[in-house]
Each structure stands twice: as structure tokens, then as C-alpha cells.
Design a binder for this molecule. Structure first.
Ligand code: ADP
Length: 238
């Protein structure tokens, strides 16, 4: 993965820049739910940030604003130098390719093997067979699942399925990885394994943002934490 990722090595100047900025961002859903209120956030390239807070506090909404699934009602969201307010069509697709996403429920395709699940997005983006193979092996190795390449999701444990979804998220070598409650369905051992993989990805330069309400995991991890409560963001010291 390190080798593949070095394709995107960042310059010294880029390394100190913000890769994600939220300026006075509020999100009011059409049904009247006020999910976020005047949120400000600066994430630097190469950071690893935890977002914590109770269920319904606005964590998923914040991630959705970052990958353009929802739009801010007020304020500005800037991701990898693109302001999301006016991003549509091809330019939005292009931004999404720079963001890997991991969900709590894995979202794997049931009748496809591990290899097929991971390479599907690359096929869809028109990568050659050779390039897909070049990317697949390091992604599988990174999550420790080389030996499960031909298995179907139902033949894997929850922890293994989540690791497949991480491999799928990073196989396109995005500079940003967003993980929405990635350990929500896992026991403590598997949760820690997932966090260790996310830490490893961060060490090779990927900016990682993880939402979780598991405070023991946060304490073990030793990374900066912000908390969202009732749509407002607070910084936290553990
Ligand atoms: P969390 O991820 O912290 O559980 P969410 O971001 O999912 O919180 O939700 C924040 C608030 O926004 C909640 O009150 C939730 O009901 C509301 N909400 C989330 N998604 C939608 C939606 N698509 N339409 C309307 N309200 C929503």
C-alpha cells in the first residue's frame, strides 16, 4: 500500500494545509431536524480525528456533508480545496474518488467475493485489469485478508467483513478516509483491530476521521477528539 500510495506523495507545503474546513456550518433537514449548528472544524492533511457524541447528535450528518451526500444549509464546507456548495456532476464524482468511506454495516455485495467487492469500484472507474491487480494485493495485505480473497461475505466474521470494506475504501488510494461508527457492530477485540488498521493507514499519510460513541476505544487510541452534542461541536481532552 505504501508503494501504491506514494503515487500521491504530498509536498511539504501541502502537508501543513487544511484538507477539510467547515466554517459556521449548519444543517437543517427539510423535516425541521436541526442536525448541526454553526460548526467550525479544521483538519490538517495527515490528521487522525475522532468525532464522538450520543446517537442523533449529528455525527453522520457531518460526514455526509464532507462527501457531498447532504448539503449545508448555511456556512462553507471545503474538502481537498473544493468548496462543496456548488459541486455537482463530474466535479462531485471526482471529489468522491478522493474520499474512502467505511460504514458501520459494511455494505458489501453479498454474491460477490472479497476480491470482486474490493475491485468493483475500480472496474466502474475504468481501471485496467493489470492496474486493478496491482492495487488489490496491497489493499488485501493491509487488512490481513490475502487468504480470504475468494470468500463470499457470508463466509466471513463481522470483523473480517469490516476489514474488506476498509480495503474497498482505500484501494483507489484516496487522501481522505471517513469511517462512520466502523466498530459499531464489533466486539472489543475486532474493534481494536479495525482501529489499528485505520492508524496504520494514517501513518502512511491518509487523513482519517472516525465517528464513534465508544469512549474506551478513544482513550486507547491517543488521537484528538471532538464531540458533537445536539448539533454543536466541542473539543475534548481525554
Ligand atoms: P448521529 O450520526 O450522531 O447519530 P445523525 O447525523 O444521524 O446523528 O442525526 C442528527 C439529527 O438529524 C437527528 O435528529 C436525526 O434524526 C436527524 N436526521 C438525520 N438524517 C436525517 C434525514 N435524512 N432527514 C431528516 N432528519 C435527519
Amino acid at each position: 500500500m505504501t508503494q501504491v500510495l506514494s503515487d500521491r506523495s504530498v509536498s511539504q507545503t501541502q502537508a501543513t494545509q487544511s484538507i477539510i474546513q467547515l466554517r459556521n456550518v449548519s444543517k437543517l433537514y427539510r423535516n425541521g431536524s436541526q442536525a448541526l449548528i454553526e460548526v467550525n472544524l479544521d483538519v490538517k492533511r495527515g490528521d487522525f480525528l475522532f468525532i464522538t457524541g450520543p446517537s442523533g447528535s449529528g455525527k453522520s450528518t457531518l460526514l455526509k456533508l464532507l462527501y457531498g451526500e447532504e448539503r449545508a444549509s448555511q456556512g462553507e464546507v471545503v474538502v481537498d480545496q473544493d468548496s462543496l456548495a456548488k459541486l455537482r456532476g463530474d466535479r462531485l464524482s471526482h471529489l468522491r474518488r478522493r474520499i474512502g468511506i467505511v460504514f458501520q454495516d459494511y455494505k458489501l455485495i453479498p454474491r460477490r467475493t472479497v476480491t470482486e467487492n474490493i475491485s468493483f469500484v475500480l472496474w466502474a472507474q475504468g481501471y485496467t485489469r493489470k492496474e486493478i491487480h496491482r492495487r488489490l494485493q496491497p489493499a488485501l495485505k493491509m487488512v490481513g485478508l490475502t487468504h480470504k480473497a475468494d470468500c463470499f461475505p457470508e463466509e466471513l466474521s463481522g470483523g473480517e467483513q469490516q476489514r474488506v470494506s476498509i480495503a474497498r475504501a482505500i484501494v483507489g488510494t484516496p487522501p481522505i478516509l471517513l469511517a462512520d461508527e466502523p466498530t459499531g457492530n464489533l466486539d472489543p477485540d475486532n474493534s481494536w483491530q479495525v482501529i489499528k488498521i485505520l492508524k496504520k493507514l494514517n501513518q502512511i499519510g491518509i487523513t482519517v476521521i472516525v465517528t464513534t460513541h465508544d469512549e474506551s476505544l478513544i482513550r486507547l487510541s491517543n488521537h484528538p477528539v471532538v464531540q458533537i452534542r445536539n448539533g454543536r461541536m466541542y473539543s475534548v481532552n481525554y
